[in-house]
Design a binder for this molecule. Structure first.
Ligand code: SAH
Length: 418
């Protein structure tokens, strides 16, 4: 029998030894150990399932090993694991079960969120009858693991299609051969999905194309924030960094109902701004799908906000959902400067009683950093804000208490008092 990496019992044999600092990471209930905290990983093949030991040989658990990522060890169990594909299948079923009670009123949500579902390097999103998966670690890329993922998803969810979205940069970091995004199984890679169907006129509908767009196609982590923001949106609304119109469409569709703080004031107009033309083309299609007429502007949101702010434009509702400015820790200062500028300009443009929905999805920017920078902007804008809601990612993106990286999304809903 040829040996296949990362799944057969004989491959439980490889081990790594951790330094005291590496051991402390695991004791702190964090699953990642950096290469610099691995004392001995001699001859461990890429993507192996490894026994994790301290320097004296005491067993600490079982992990996925990466030979190239800075994160050398991702713990997958505090016990022994004999059969990785079987464990992956079991955890996928558990992930599906976990969401049964938590997720409602949507046919689009995350089914598996990597560490948040104890499956480091596996992401699976559901868009109605199309599933989209991403594989981000060497161990998850092994053929027997892939086979278990596909089979379990098919058995449990009976999709019409399963698409794989490839992040070329990650495959390079993990030294995995390049792959194209493609339909892995079935016939369908595009569909229509519906979010927040319980609360707003039957919900908001979106086109989905599994082989186009950013992330796995949409920003599912904002689903609950769309509904929350729409509860307060009123008057003239601007959705900056709108992508395919998630916030804008919710505010527009929901405005036919009422606004929580301004019951008489519906959204009179909603404008979306993004620098990506394909995203805006999809946004326009989504508007049509929902029977809405909206304005979409292709522009650099920084420039547009600067121009609008200095020409005295005013809004009642502004959403700021920029891309992750801080891709690495080194970018932090610059990123904070970016957030400050955006928030300051938006705050200046808000009319009294206005609503600011401000987000950050950079995991290097902590919730307290973000709070601080937004507070700083308010000080410079000479305005007082109430925090109406302090939110994070939707519940289908579980955050692990001891793993701050899993709680990357911040979303504050603020109202201007004066
Ligand atoms: N709010 C969106 C997600 C936004 S993601 C949603 O809920 O679906 C960030 C978006 O910012 C992307 O669509 C990207 O195209 C856009 N973007 C990046 N840099 C930009 C810039 N300088 N100006 C305008 N849009 C930008």
């Amino acid at each position: 029998m040829p040996k296949k990496p990362g799944f057969s019992p004989e491959h439980v044999e490889p081990f790594v030894k951790l330094s005291a600092r590496g051991v402390a990471r695991l004791q702190g209930r964090h699953p990642w150990v950096y290469r610099s905290d691995v004392a001995d990983s001699n001859g461990v093949p890429p993507g192996s399932l490894v026994r994790v030991l301290d320097e004296r040989g005491k067993f600490l658990g079982t992990a996925l090993y990466s030979s190239s990522s800075q994160i050398a060890i991702r713990l997958i169990s505090h016990g022994s694991v004999a059969d990785l594909p079987a464990l992956v299948a079991e955890r996928i079923r558990a992930g599906i079960g976990y969401r049964k009670g938590l997720v409602s009123n949507t046919d689009a949500y995350r089914i598996i969120f990597s560490e948040g579902d104890f499956l480091p390097g596996l992401i699976v999103d559901r868009y109605n009858d199309v599933l989209c998966l991403q594989i981000l670690t060497q161990a998850m890329d092994a053929a027997p693991v892939r086979a278990a993922v596909l089979q379990t998803l098919r058995e449990e969810l009976q999709p019409a299609g399963i698409v794989e979205r490839v992040d070329a940069r990650i495959r390079e970091i993990e030294q995995l051969p390049p792959l194209q995004s493609r339909l892995l199984w079935g016939e369908k890679n595009s569909t229509v999905f519906t979010m927040n169907s319980g609360s707003m006129n039957g919900g908001v509908r979106f086109h989905y194309d599994g082989l186009e767009g950013q992330k796995t196609g949409a920003f599912l982590d904002q689903r609950e924030n769309y509904a929350a923001a729409a509860r307060y949106a009123h008057g003239e609304a601007l959705d900056a960094f709108c992508y395919q119109g998630g916030f804008a469409l919710h505010s527009s569709v929901h405005s036919a109902v009422h606004s929580a703080l301004h019951p008489a004031a519906k959204c009179s107009s909603v404008t979306g701004v993004d620098s990506s033309r394909p995203a805006l083309e999809m946004a326009e299609k989504n508007a049509t799908l929902n029977g809405r007429e909206m304005e979409w502007i292709e522009a650099n949101a920084f420039d547009l906000l600067r121009e609008y702010a200095s020409s005295g434009r005013r809004y009642d509702t502004i959403v700021l959902d920029p891309p992750a400015f801080a891709k690495t820790k080194r970018d932090l200062e610059k990123a904070l400067g970016g957030y400050k500028e955006l928030n300051l300009r938006a705050m200046k443009m808000l009319r009294p009683g206005g609503i600011l929905v401000t987000c950050s999805c950079s995991y290097h920017v902590s919730a307290s950093d973000f709070f601080e920078v937004v507070a700083d902007a308010a000080r410079d804008a000479h305005k007082t804000f109430r925090v109406v809601e302090n939110r994070g990612a939707a519940k289908d993106h579980p955050m692990l208490l001891n793993v701050p990286e899993t709680g990357y999304l911040k979303c504050l809903i603020l109202s201007v008092s004066n």
